[in-house]
Design a protein around this ligand. Sequence first.
Ligand code: ATP
Ligand code: MG
Length: 400
Amino acid sequence: FAPEFEMALPILHQIEAAGFEAYFVGGSVRDYLLGLPIHDVDIATSAYPAEVKAIFDRTVDTGIQHGTVMILDHGTGYEVTTFRTETGYQDFRRPDSVTFVRSLAEDLKRRDFTINALAMRADGEIIDLFDGLADLKAQKIRAVGVADERFHEDALRMMRAVRFESQLGFDVTPTTQAAIQKHAALLAKIAVERIHVELIKLMQGQRRHNGLKTLLATGLNQYCPGLVDQTAALQRLIDLPTQRVTSESAAWLLLTATLQLTPATANQFLKQWKCANDVIADVTAGLVLLPQLIEQRAQAWNLYEAGEAVLTICLQVGQLLAPSAIMDQDWLAHYAALPIKTKRELQINGQILIQSLGIQPGPKLGQTLTQLEKLVVNGQLPNEQDRLVQWVKQNSALSD
Ligand code: ATP
Ligand code: MG
């Protein structure tokens, strides 16, 4: 057992002692069998939510209408979900109703892919009703049941398929791929925020090209904002070296740079994808700095304005887009050598200038401070208060 399961075993035992079934299910079982790190341990049970709550002292109703109760155990929360079936799916995304059931088989049947439909009992036995173990071994993403129906029920599963291809380095089976191709247009029914989550996991996966190839081959990209008819750009992305990008901002920078967006058009693009403002700020700043780095014309001021976080994502993306150009200079060393990293480190401010020179606040003052900031960043003036005040006196920039 992995330590994550070991810690959660008492919960399975307690549910079993109360006369119900309980299993580890979903991504944790899959990742454990693959030897990958386990994120969250999900537990499925035949006990109904009220029955689960009666067994444990400390529970939280995190998703009670879907049958999920969180059990608090020594500072960790475990989601325990009642076996359920889903019916309806009139809108191609959410089931019209969920029904709690007592049968594990019914619960596993509603899951998306065979590798995600494995369950593990407290004694370690794996319940594998859909040949998920064989697919794990063969590295296949295969829909549970009739692929055609499963994507029709819930179109997000198509994006999950390509995301898992990238994260795990697996391939979708031909039947599953054909079903995605057939139903790609249903992705239009899914909220962009949910597609965003899957696309960004795909972009950060270890086999990005795997997922991207299927995204393009099935035409899923035609239902993604800003990726419509971007075959050439997506193909360039597929053909890049395989190193990973390791943050959401780096992933968006890689995508927008490959699409050859400007900071302004990228801003639009990222807004359509409902990206967070800090991500948009980093990516648009990255699109300014990245060409400067690749063309080896970035100056101290450019590095300073971008800041370390933006420089870091640019270096990661630059290593993919133009490895030799980007590695020609030690940009992190250039950055580290900057005399100051932020305005706050400047040994002067408006207050000091007003006091020592008796000048008035106003736009001129701000301009002078920016001038001083540039001179210090460029190493043309030492970051010493006396010298900075003296420079202002001599250049009398404020006297008119
Ligand atoms: P991750 O490592 O990203 O958490 P995961 O497989 O655990 O991967 P979750 O979104 O946490 O994904 O879902 C947990 C489980 O619930 C899945 O393994 C799968 O069995 C089931 N599941 C999740 N989303 C769907 C869906 N859209 N359709 C069917 N089953 C789903
Ligand atoms: Mg999960």
